[in-house]
Design a protein around this ligand. Structure first.
Ligand code: CMP
Length: 140
């Protein structure tokens, strides 16, 4: 089934010059880019984006991290895009992520893990609205 998903290249990925590497992997896989932009989230947008984690011990650190520098937000479309992209990014903890995945190849931390991707259609619906207006999504 054709699905959309939201990917973020997080501040550590941008600082390390991994934007092209991340986008390139998704393009080569055959996923279609429907929207793409660089933004720097303010505190309230960061809290909104990660609101599902608001009761976690790491929430404050997570919001500080995601607002610490520019991020690149990408909407991708493709067959089973949500699970395919989750497989391609690997486990949350970079130390445990499989080699060949983005985190497995480029991360050694649970916080500085280069990318984020929606984990369900419901998450996508909530997350993309924090980053994009409807008219910024190009269907082609
Ligand atoms: P992400 O896929 O963006 O979703 C939530 C983020 O919280 C996750 O990636 C990690 O970057 C971060 N995270 C998850 N667990 C922890 C933790 N135990 N300590 C710090 N950050 C965490």
């Amino acid at each position: 089934m054709t699905e959309k998903t939201l990917v973020l290249v997080k501040p550590d990925g941008v600082k390390r010059g991994l934007i092209g590497e991340v986008i390139s992997r998704f393009e080569k896989k055959g996923l279609k880019i429907l929207a793409l932009k660089m933004v720097k989230l303010d505190k309230s947008k960061g809290e909104e984006f990660y609101s599902v984690h608001k009761d976690k011990s790491f929430f404050k650190d997570l919001v500080e991290f995601i607002t610490s520098g520019p991020i690149v937000a990408i909407i991708l479309e493709g067959d089973s895009a949500i699970s395919v992209v989750r497989l391609m990014i690997g486990s949350t903890d970079g130390r445990k992520a499989q080699p060949g995945t983005i985190r497995g190849d480029f991360a050694l931390s649970i916080q500085d893990n280069v990318v984020h991707a929606s984990d369900s259609p419901e998450s996508f619906e909530r997350e993309y609205k924090v980053l994009f207006k409807e008219e910024e999504i190009i269907t082609y």
